[in-house]
Design a protein around this ligand. Structure first.
Ligand SMILES: [Zn+2]
Ligand SMILES: [Zn+2]
Length: 612
């Protein structure tokens, strides 16, 4: 199973050309799109730890004076115990106390942060509006603080970042405008030390439960955006577009998530791989052999479905996920094979699925046909890829004579100590611990199993010359040859006799073939990995069950050879052709070994996939 390709790869960056540069060489380690808000509980822990002892540099230049507590009814913050205040007389009380507000104003807090940290924001107010209200209240009492922002022009909480929120909203708005979307997620990348610094300040002076720097900023930007966006919901998960704001550079990176479509495909023509297959000669770069296409096969199910969709979605690329796959030379019939196709970085997301299907089927010109196309999602990719589908197949083969020697090969003992104990179908089932013993070479998946098939071959001259005379005499006797003469004479005689001529077994009657096919249902096969796939699969013996066989027919052809066709339904992962021809004894039992005739497979079709 291949991993689901990530859609996080393609970020697009949009730059603000006139945004002020923020001086910081800090590594941006903070990447989470949203930061959890501080709970009151966290604040309590912090308060109890004695915040008064923190050595904070801002105070170095500040003339710390005792701030009178004004009893105007606002002084009700339960977090502040009078005891604590009396023992830390130099401490500034937190907002929303008037003294706390006054302090926030004096140190140059911007209107947004004043609203965010002041603890006075009413539902209908923006942070800025609440901040202005608090500032007005403070300057009514202390008029000398009216120019605090002029004296301290850099907000100690947000470093004036909130003043850029409208600009950032504009950048996001412009950058997403080429894309159709209904779900947008915002995120911000803020240097870690800035986050930590603000958090310390906020917990010291801000009202309990105030928004953190990042979530507050995202909220303010969201408010600006909400006024402008139509039909777009700002979400916290599963967005179609994630806009990530980098506050250092005042840029926005867009992560355009893929759009997924589900359907079923029928493969009506042989010789088409399921997915794009890069040219073996040039590995996809394009060469003479592939006529610069970069493809080993001109057509693939993936391209036949995906290419017509690229234009409709204005997407760059597609990725294909099938519920299993069939071999290149195998057709896929019945209701077709379920798939999910992923359109990467689409500009358009709402298409007419029926029309898209029509277009695909028309352009495929009979090679494939798709049905049931509809919108899908990322989790369906996982479902489609993880469903071990039980399939039915139709297979057609010729019945030819089988020699006794070939029969021996087909039924040679299989070393079942190498059986892959992992059964299909049980999700996440662990391999037996027996397979994992250290130093047990039998359990090495990569190591090819020793050949268990002993093919009888006649001895060659070199072997005979290396043998002693009594051995040659014994061999001649066994081969029913004359045992007199010199060693060279014996060798010559043995070689001339050659391997015994094949003895062919009688071909089975039609009734026997039909009966054997019927009896194949319910049989548990032992299948050693076929040589044709051994380069990409571990060489193991797997147990697979044939659940059902049906519709057997026998047809006598013009050349006097019978052709047999039948349908079988079997467990996911069964090698079907091998079930019929026996793969030189690698699959046992096989139909070939049971009817004692060579079964030469002509074609195989996937009849149906029993899923969904
Ligand atoms: Zn601020
Ligand atoms: Zn090539």
């Amino acid at each position: 199973m291949t991993a689901v390709s990530s859609s996080m790869s393609a970020f697009r960056t949009y730059r603000c050309l006139w945004g002020w540069p923020r001086e910081s060489g800090d590594v941006m380690t903070e990447k989470k799109p949203d930061e959890p808000e501080d709970s009151d509980e966290d604040w309590m822990k912090y308060a109890n730890a004695g915040f008064g002892e923190t050595d904070y540099s801002l105070w170095d230049d500040e003339e710390v004076t005792e701030v009178p507590i004004e009893a105007d009814g606002d002084w009700d913050d339960a977090d502040e115990s009078p005891d604590q205040l009396s023992t830390h007389m130099e401490e500034i009380p937190r907002a929303p106390s008037p003294a706390g507000h006054k302090h926030l104003v004096r140190i140059g807090t911007c209107d947004h942060c004043l609203g965010r940290l002041g603890g006075k924001k009413r539902f209908e107010q923006s942070l800025e509006e609440s901040g202005i209200e608090i500032r007005n209240l403070v300057t009514e009492r202390d008029s000398h603080l009216s120019d605090a922002r002029t004296e301290q022009p850099l907000c100690p909480f947000c470093e004036n970042l909130y003043e850029e929120s409208e600009l950032l909203a504009d950048i996001i708005f412009d950058s997403i405008s080429p894309y159709e979307l209904s779900r947008l997620q915002l995120g911000a990348r803020i240097p870690k030390d800035q986050i930590e610094h603000e958090e310390e300040m906020r917990k010291r002076f801000g009202a309990g439960g105030s928004d953190a720097l990042k979530s507050g900023l995202v909220r303010v930007i969201a408010q600006h955006l909400n006024k402008r966006l139509e039909g777009v919901t700002l979400v916290n998960d599963k967005p179609q577009v994630l806009a990530l704001i980098d506050v250092l550079t005042l840029t926005v990176e867009l992560d355009i998530r893929a759009h997924y479509l589900y359907g079923r495909y029928l493969k009506l023509e042989r010789g088409i791989p399921q997915t794009r297959w890069p040219c073996r000669a040039c590995k996809g770069r394009g060469c003479q052999r592939c006529e610069q296409s970069g493809l080993q096969y001109k057509k693939s199910v993936q391209d036949l479905i995906g290419n017509p969709l690229l234009g409709l979605f204005e997407a760059d690329e597609h990725a294909f996920h099938g519920m299993g796959r069939e071999d290149i030379d195998v057709r896929c019939m019945g209701r077709g094979r379920p798939f999910v196709i992923e359109m990467k970085e689409p500009k358009i997301r709402s298409i007419d699925a029926a029309k898209a299907m029509e277009l695909i089927n028309k352009e495929a010109d009979g090679s494939i046909k798709i049905t049931g196309l509809r919108d899908s999602n990322r989790s369906e990719v996982v479902r489609v890829k993880d469903t071990p589908a039980e399939k039915s197949y139709t297979i057609r083969f010729r019945i030819l004579p089988l020699s006794e020697e070939e029969m021996k090969v087909l039924t040679a003992p299989v070393d079942l100590t190498h059986v892959d104990v992992q059964e299909r179908g049980g999700k996440g089932k662990k391999k037996s611990s027996k397979r994992k013993r250290r130093g047990d070479k039998k359990n090495d998946h990569k190591k090819p199993l020793p050949s268990v098939i002993d093919v009888p071959v006649g001895p060659d001259e070199a072997t005979l010359k290396a043998m002693k005379k009594p051995e040659l005499v014994a061999m001649a006797e066994e081969m029913k040859l004359k045992k007199s003469g010199t060693k060279p004479e014996l060798i010559e005689r043995i070689l001339a006799a050659g391997p015994p001529a094949p003895t062919y077994l009688d071909l089975p009657e039609n009734d026997e073939i039909l009966e054997t096919i019927t009896k194949l249902s319910g049989v548990k096969l032992a299948q050693r990995t076929p040589e044709r796939v051994a380069h990409r699969r571990a060489d193991l013996i797997r147990r697979r069950t044939v659940y059902e066989t049906s519709n057997p027919t026998i047809e006598m052809m013009e050349d006097g050879v019978r052709e047999v066709e039948f349908t079988l339904r079997c467990e996911s992962g069964t090698y079907v052709k091998e079930t019929v021809h026996g793969d030189g004894g690698r699959t046992q039992p096989s139909l070939s070994s049971l009817i004692k005739a060579k079964c030469e497979v002509l074609w195989l079709d996937v009849g149906d996939i029993h899923a969904d």
